[in-house]
Design a protein around this ligand. Structure first.
Ligand code: ASP
Length: 334
C-alpha cells in the first residue's frame, strides 16, 4: 500500500462557523475522519505545520511547506496538502519552484464549503486528491472539482462555486470521475527532485489602471528587489509626455531591480513587441515579460530567481528558463 503524507494548513475545508465567520479549527487527522474510504486506498500520516486562513499565507509558510516535504520525501510515495482556496494557486506555484523535478505527486486541495457542512465539496476533493497522490502523476498539482491542474498554471477563477480553479494557457493534466483518474498529460520527471530553501520576498505587484500615478512605481521600487506590473492586453506602459513611467523604470533597472511586465488579461499572455507602448520597454530598458505565465507563477518565480541571483543576466536567464511547464511561448525573441 502506498504511503501518503497529509499536510494540513487550514482553509475553509477545515473551518467551523464561529461568531465572526469561518475559522480553521480542524487538523488534518480530524479532516480524514470524514473520509474513512481513504484508508482503503493508502496508508496515511498527518502533520499540521500551521492552521490559517490562506489569506494569511506568506513566503515564509511556503518555505516551511517545502522544508516539510523535503524532510519527509523519502518516507512517503506522495503528499496531499489541504489549503485554503484563496491563495492556493500562489502556494502551488511557489512549491513548483521550491521543489523541482519531483517524481512523486505533491497535491494541493481544499474546498469552497467546510467539511462539516451538509453540501460540502471537501470529501470528494479529498478522495480525488488521495487518488492522484497514489497515482503515477508527478510534480506539484491542484486537484479540485474533478480537475487536475498543473501547479504553475492554476488560478482561482471563481470565488463561490465548486469549480473554483482553472488551468491558464495550458490544458488540465487529468480529471477524476467517480473515483477513476483519467490522465491527459503525464509530466515527465526523471532523476532526483531538486529542493530550494530560499525566496526573496521583496517582490511587489502593481495593477495598472488608466491614470495610475507613476509615483506609485517609484515607491514600490524603493521597497522591492523585483516589481511586476500588470498592464493591459499584450502589454505596454503609458508613454504620454510627463507620465514618467519610463524614467522611473530606467532608474529602477539601473539600481539593479528586476522588472517584469505582465497582463491583466487572463488568457493568452503578453507580447511586448507588438505595440510601440511595449516595444521600447523591452528593447531599451531590458524589462522582462511574462508571456504565457500566470501572475501567480510570475510572483513565485521572481521570488525564487532573485534568491538565486541579483545579476541582471542571470536573473534574465533563470526567469526565461521554463520550470514545470510554466512558460511555453517561443522564447527566441526574449
Ligand atoms: N478564505 C479561505 C482561505 O483561503 C477560503 C477557502 O479556503 O476557500 O483560507
Amino acid at each position: 500500500m502506498k504511503r501518503i503524507l497529509t499536510i494540513g494548513t487550514g482553509g475553509t475545508i477545515a473551518s467551523e462557523l464561529a461568531a465572526d465567520g469561518l475559522t480553521p479549527e480542524l487538523d488534518a487527522a480530524q479532516l480524514l475522519r470524514f473520509v474513512p474510504q481513504v484508508n482503503r486506498l493508502c496508508q496515511v500520516e498527518c502533520i499540521q505545520p500551521f492552521s490559517i486562513d490562506s489569506t494569511n499565507m506568506s513566503p515564509a509558510h511556503w518555505l516551511q511547506l517545502a522544508d516539510c516535504i523535503h524532510r519527509h520525501y523519502d518516507e512517503f510515495d506522495g503528499f496531499v496538502i489541504t489549503h485554503g482556496t484563496d491563495t492556493m494557486a500562489y502556494t502551488a506555484a511557489a512549491l513548483s519552484y521550491l521543489i523541482q523535478n519531483s517524481p512523486k505527486p505533491i497535491v494541493l486541495t481544499g474546498a469552497q464549503k467546510p467539511i462539516v457542512s451538509d453540501n460540502t465539496d471537501s470529501k470528494i476533493n479529498l478522495m480525488d486528491s488521495f487518488l492522484c497522490a497514489c497515482s503515477a502523476l508527478s510534480g506539484v498539482m491542484i486537484v479540485f472539482n474533478g480537475k487536475v491542474i498543473l501547479g504553475t498554471r492554476a488560478q482561482k477563477t471563481r470565488s463561490k462555486s465548486f469549480k473554483a480553479f482553472s488551468s491558464i494557457n495550458y490544458p488540465d493534466l487529468a480529471y477524476v470521475q467517480d473515483g477513476t483518474l483519467i490522465p491527459f498529460i503525464r509530466p515527465q520527471h526523471t532523476g532526483a527532485p531538486v529542493f530550494y530553501d530560499r525566496l526573496d520576498a521583496k517582490v511587489s505587484l502593481l495593477k495598472l489602471i488608466p491614470g495610475t500615478d507613476s509615483a506609485l512605481l517609484d515607491y514600490l521600487l524603493s521597497r522591492s528587489d523585483g516589481l511586476i506590473i500588470e498592464s493591459y492586453g499584450v502589454g505596454g506602459l503609458p508613454t504620454a509626455r510627463g507620465s514618467g513611467f519610463y524614467d522611473i523604470l530606467e532608474a529602477g533597472i539601473r539600481a539593479g531591480k528586476a522588472i517584469v511586465l505582465t497582463t491583466q488579461v487572463q488568457n493568452e499572455g503578453s507580447n511586448l513587441s507588438v505595440y510601440r507602448v511595449g516595444h521600447r520597454l523591452k528593447r531599451d530598458l531590458g524589462v522582462l515579460e511574462a508571456y504565457d505565465m500566470t501572475t501567480e507563477a510570475v510572483v513565485a518565480k521572481l521570488m525564487w530567481v532573485l534568491a538565486q541571483s541579483r545579476q541582471p543576466d542571470e536573473v534574465r536567464r533563470l526567469f526565461y528558463t521554463p520550470v514545470a511547464n510554466d512558460l511555453l511561448f517561443p522564447l527566441s525573441d526574449a
